[in-house]
Design a protein around this ligand. Structure first.
Ligand code: ATP
Length: 136
């Protein structure tokens, strides 16, 4: 019988952030978002920057802003080892808004001195933080 729930564990270098059952989880992989349901084929994947959404029975959702790391997906379990995993309480909205503005203005400058990839990464981090804060 295939599993009906996933056991989802999210850890950062400092310790465990989240450990519990879920009916689905959406992961921000380096290549884009991946939705995982129980019974998913085993996969080892690199995380990108974005929002991890864990959906529990009854459709309640938990959101974490993730920035880099790796995820191990098994049919009944998802293990995330993230460089950063921030919940709404961790996010300083004003700081994230300023980071977003800074990244946006850098990207609009079109100067050779701008590290475009770095600014795009900063933009993704700020957007993920603001999205998570918006769910609180
Ligand atoms: P900033 O430009 O504001 O420093 P950043 O995206 O460059 O943002 P990071 O390098 O991702 O920042 O993070 C550096 C440290 O600051 C980490 O510990 C991170 O959790 C924390 N941090 C960054 N932005 C925020 C925020 N908006 N709210 C809470 N903590 C934040």
């Amino acid at each position: 019988m295939p599993a009906k729930t996933l056991q989802v564990e999210v850890a950062v270098p400092d310790g465990l952030v989240l450990d519990g059952p879920a009916v689905s989880v959406q992961l921000p992989l380096a290549t884009g978002y991946l939705g995982v349901l129980p019974g998913h084929a085993p996969l080892l994947a690199e995380l990108g920057t974005g929002v991890l959404t864990l959906t529990s029975e009854g459709n309640s959702e938990q959101h974490l802003a993730i920035d880099g790391g790796a995820a191990e997906i098994l049919p009944d379990r998802v293990r995330v080892l993230a460089d950063k995993a921030e919940s709404a309480q961790d996010v300083d909205r004003e700081r994230a808004r300023q980071a977003l503005e800074r990244a946006n203005s850098r990207l609009q400058l079109q100067s050779l001195e701008i590290d475009v990839e770095r600014a795009q990464r900063a933009l993704r981090r700020a957007r993920a933080r603001l999205a998570v804060a918006g769910h609180s």
